[in-house]
Design a protein around this ligand. Structure first.
Ligand code: THU
Length: 135
């Protein structure tokens, strides 16, 4: 599915709304993520931290986990992943763990995230070259 610039803008709006629901009291770094599915549906997620710091969940993986809860197999094709970090923060690229999840669950998606103050769009192999795969 071709993803247009207006799709990315709409997803960024949805990610910004999800970001308002982040639970990030430890880092004060709220992140929102929006996924565009092949049928046009938008699925969102926000980061959820924990007092046991290492257990925090990133917005991207929260969105992908929500996708599995709400959409049956066959309706989970992800065309785009858009991430927004805190207002005014120039860089918020997906972490290594999220890149690996995206590599497995959204291999054909375009991925957009704030970089040097701009929303840049890349392919998954650009985001994670040599991504791990079983077999
Ligand atoms: N975080 C995300 O949710 N996604 C990213 O792409 C980068 C980092 C979260 C993890 C943690 O809750 C906070 O941002 C600060 O690292």
């Amino acid at each position: 599915m071709p993803v247009e610039e207006h799709d990315i803008a709409r997803l960024a709006d949805a990610a910004r709304l999800a970001r308002t629901r982040a639970y990030a009291p430890y880092s004060n770094f709220p992140v929102g993520c929006a996924l565009l599915l092949a049928d046009g549906t938008v699925v969102t997620g926000a980061n959820v931290e924990n007092g046991s710091y290492g257990l925090g969940l990133c917005a991207e993986r929260a969105a992908m986990a929500s996708l599995f809860a709400d959409h049956p197999p066959g309706e989970r094709t992800i065309a785009a992943v858009v991430v927004v970090g805190p207002e005014g923060v120039a860089d918020c690229s997906p972490c290594g763990a999220c890149r690996q999840w995206i590599h497995e669950l959204a291999p054909d998606a375009v991925v957009a995230f704030p970089w040097h103050g701009e929303l840049v769009t890349v392919t998954v192999p650009e985001l994670l070259p040599f991504g791990f795969e079983l077999d």
